[in-house]
Design a protein around this ligand. Structure first.
Ligand code: AMP
Length: 280
């Protein structure tokens, strides 16, 4: 396994690999890796000759300085996990390497980012767009792998690829969950042990919401049911719940949801912000 912390040697190495006809899969991450990340690596291993996993806690996508400061950083463990998963290349730059000059550019993705994460974390998707664009330029992957866990991010990256004509395939991988249904996330390790047993409530609400939508309840009624369920649980502070079209991210209000629908939510538990979604 090759570990690069600088861009130039990585570019040179990948240039040779491309010349040798190898396809390259890119898995962008912020580290503190878990099985969710590893499922993306495995998907790339199955399709590409070479997998590059980037590990970079991207400061410009954080909208809360405390969240950035407390974001787990576990490079040694991550390296060991990637080694055993058979990942060939790690790219783990410092902030100085990734951004020798603070990026001045701001990206806006239109309607797809105006709800949910984009609305509650202004500037978040601009930061995501800048770092993903830089990674695409540096690695020039054949395919890039993203998790459905961050569904709105998938929509934003899809828009980025389309609008800037990046020549690569976007591969979306399903959400990996703990046995009790909690979506795996690097932030889960910050949930206090006393409150951790409550965490499956998020996914339980998504399942109940799906059942209600499939049973013919209008989206606005289903949303109200979930809001009410969270209101009865003081452990949680619900930030948003939306029933949306899974591609456009536009909320579905009065009409009944049809295929290609997603329920997305964000809630705080134990001072940790958790997001989850279900697509059907
Ligand atoms: P992160 O390190 O949180 O930025 O995530 C890196 C990539 O892994 C993103 O494409 C995420 O959507 C994906 N990911 C994170 N958690 C999961 C999960 N539980 N299942 C599948 N993919 C995930």
């Amino acid at each position: 396994m090759h570990l690069f912390s600088s861009i130039r040697p990585l570019r040179d190495y990948l240039w040779e690999q491309r010349l040798a006809g190898k396809t390259i899969g890119l898995v962008p991450t912020m580290g503190a890796l878990h099985q969710g990340h590893l499922s993306l690596i495995e998907a790339s291993q199955q399709q590409d000759d070479l997998t590059v996993c980037s590990i970079f806690v991207n400061p410009i996508q954080f909208t809360n300085p405390d969240d950035l400061a407390r974001y787990p950083r576990t490079l040694d463990q991550d390296q060991a996990l990637l080694e055993s998963a058979g990942c060939q290349v790690i790219f783990a730059p410092t902030t100085q390497e990734m951004y020798p000059h603070p990026p001045q550019m701001r990206l806006h993705f239109g309607p797809v980012e105006e709800v949910m994460e984009g609305a509650f974390r202004p500037g978040h998707f601009s930061g995501v767009g800048v770092v993903v664009s830089r990674l695409f330029h540096i690695v020039q992957p054949t395919r890039a792998y993203f998790g459905q866990k961050d569904l709105q991010q998938v929509a934003v990256v899809g828009q980025l690829i389309q609008d800037l004509a990046f020549d690569l395939e976007l591969v979306v991988c399903p959400t990996e969950r703990e046995a009790d249904g909690l979506a795996m996330s690097s932030r889960n390790r910050r949930i206090s042990p006393e409150l951790r047993p409550y965490a499956p409530f998020l996914y339980a609400q998504l399942l109940a919401g799906r059942q209600a939508l499939e049973g013919g309840y209008p989206a606005e009624v289903v949303k109200a049911m979930i809001v009410e369920a969270f209101a009865a649980r003081p452990e949680f502070q619900l930030e948003y719940v939306e029933v949306v079209d899974r591609y456009s991210m536009q909320p579905i209000e009065a009409r009944q949801a049809v295929g290609g629908t997603a329920i997305c939510l964000a809630a705080h538990l134990s001072g940790v912000r958790l997001i989850d979604n279900i697509v059907f």
